[in-house]
Ligand binder design. Structure first.
Ligand SMILES: Nc1nc2c(c(=O)[nH]1)N[C@H]1C(S)=C(S)[C@@H](COP(=O)(O)OP(=O)(O)OC[C@H]3O[C@@H](n4cnc5c(N)ncnc54)[C@H](O)[C@@H]3O)O[C@H]1N2
Ligand code: MOO
Length: 418
């Protein structure tokens, strides 16, 4: 089968759609709450109690009846009998009736009868409070409206409410909710295992001495970092030569162990572009081998024994971009993520850009915020063979196909990569 030339080009959206068709969410596993941070929640979390489940005081002060203190002001304080002291974590014993007040702490349940809480600073204690007994008095120096400083029952969350939907990444807010509802163990999606193969006889291992004409394999590590940053578990496989038989055997051997395979290199038209040869002889199904994007046009994908393989370009810039556009959403979809695609922001272009392109361009970009506006510029030299500027990129700038050129200040779409 001739796969090198005459390839059919499809859009990035079409490529993603072709891949989504074969995505299976990973099975779930139960981990401790701290171990769930950054993981993807595998079931809906409903509130099994209201929050708060008692009328909660928001301040240290006195729980009173607002009608009793309606006339209070600093020159004319209202004196009330202190009937009880209510620390947080306790249940009030008494009901506040006319002329009474209960000393209350922040977070404690407001006693029946009281409809407002007066801050301590707006009161004067008349005598040393013998707090467990009657006799103490307090001067209230301010008229405080009913319902002040009280969070009502279910003021935050109602009983039965869906508080976190499945497919949400567990961050600080989710951790707080899970703890609130007693989830010491959390059901999350298993991290998809992603095998990463770099191909090319020029590649040295990281620990090897530099040799003439060779380079160290940097893509495998860049891609592994991208996989891990997006919730996957990266398996860095030994780099492969340009021998299709070796590549085929290595991929087949790891297929049963992993959920997704990424390769880098060997997808173009060169004599030694090994993935092209593999796709010409393997027993899988080639899904696409040309995508309307720059860089990474020869990015390819296949279904191999029911597993997806995404073959990224070897050029580091193209590998990085190909991962962001095609592999990242697939990993997120495997993790049950509700919106696997990166959201689009609008930014002002910080520098003119006039390089034409037959395909939409995804330029590694660096953003800055100025006076509340987002500005973006290419992160270093915008060539797919350039590796060193990837560290400066926090987004991809999307420019449509064509060559009309862009001025500084033009609005452009950006996809964040961090
Ligand atoms: N005659 C043509 N030549 C090329 C075309 C074309 O259409 N016609 N397309 C160019 C484009 S665009 C791209 S992108 C590259 C894609 O090449 P491959 O994906 O086949 O990648 P390689 O040839 O294997 O490597 C390209 C480049 O990247 C370096 N590389 C590869 N792997 C790694 C790695 N693991 N770590 C660091 N660097 C890596 C490799 O040494 C090469 O310099 O083809 C163009 N050519
Ligand atoms: O498709 Mo390539 O990645 O532009 O150099």
């Amino acid at each position: 089968m001739k796969l090198r030339f005459g390839r059919k080009v499809i859009s990035v959206d079409e490529a993603r759609t072709a891949l989504y068709e074969y995505v299976k969410p990973t099975e779930t596993e139960t981990v401790s709450l701290p171990a769930s941070f950054g993981r993807m929640l595998a079931k809906d979390i409903y509130a099994d109690h209201a929050v708060p489940h008692f009328r909660r005081s928001g301040v240290d002060g006195y729980a009173v009846r607002s009608q009793d203190i309606a006339a209070a002001n600093p020159d004319n304080p209202i004196v009330l009998h202190v009937i009880e002291r209510i620390p947080s974590g306790t249940i009030p014993k008494c009901t506040v009736q006319a002329g009474m007040a209960a000393r209350i702490m922040t977070g404690a349940p407001v006693p029946d009868g009281a409809d407002t809480v007066v801050m301590l600073e707006m009161t004067d204690s008349l005598q040393d409070e013998v707090l467990s007994s009657f006799g103490a008095k307090v001067k209230i120096k301010k008229n405080v409206q009913a319902a002040s400083n009280i969070t009502p029952i279910a003021g935050e969350v109602s009983l039965g409410e869906l508080v976190i939907p499945q497919g949400t990444r567990i961050g600080p807010g989710e951790a707080a909710i899970l703890a609130t509802f007693g989830f010491s163990m959390v059901e999350v999606y298993r991290r998809p295992r992603v095998a990463i193969f770099s191909t090319g006889s020029e590649l040295l291992q990281v620990e090897q001495e530099m040799q003439p004409g060779k380079i160290r394999n940097s893509n495998s590590y860049m891609l592994a970092a991208q996989v891990e940053a997006n919730g996957g578990a990266a398996l860095i496989m030994p780099a492969l030569s340009d021998d299709p038989g070796q590549v085929e055997a290595a991929v087949e051997a790891v297929l049963p162990e992993v959920d997704l395979i990424l390769t880098s290199g060997g997808v173009s038209v060169g004599d030694y572009d090994v993935l092209v040869d593999v796709f010409g002889r393997f027993d899988g199904e080639l899904l696409f081998n040309k995508v309307a994007m720059r860089p990474g046009t020869p990015t390819s994908a296949a279904l191999w024994k029911n597993k997806l393989l995404i073959a990224l370009s070897g050029n580091p810039g193209a590998s990085f971009v190909g991962f962001e556009l095609l592999a990242k959403p697939i990993i997120k979809a495997m993790l049950g993520c509700l919106c696997p695609e990166t959201e689009v922001l609008t930014a002002f272009l910080d520098v003119p850009y006039d390089k034409p392109s037959v395909y939409p361009r995804y330029i590694r970009g660096t953003t800055r915020v100025d006076a509340g506006c987002l500005w973006v510029r290419p992160a270093g030299i915008d060539k797919s063979s350039i590796m060193v500027s990837i560290k400066d990129a926090d987004c991809l700038i999307w420019l449509p196909a064509g060559g009309q050129g862009y001025q500084r200040g033009d609005g452009v779409k950006v996809y964040t990569t961090r």
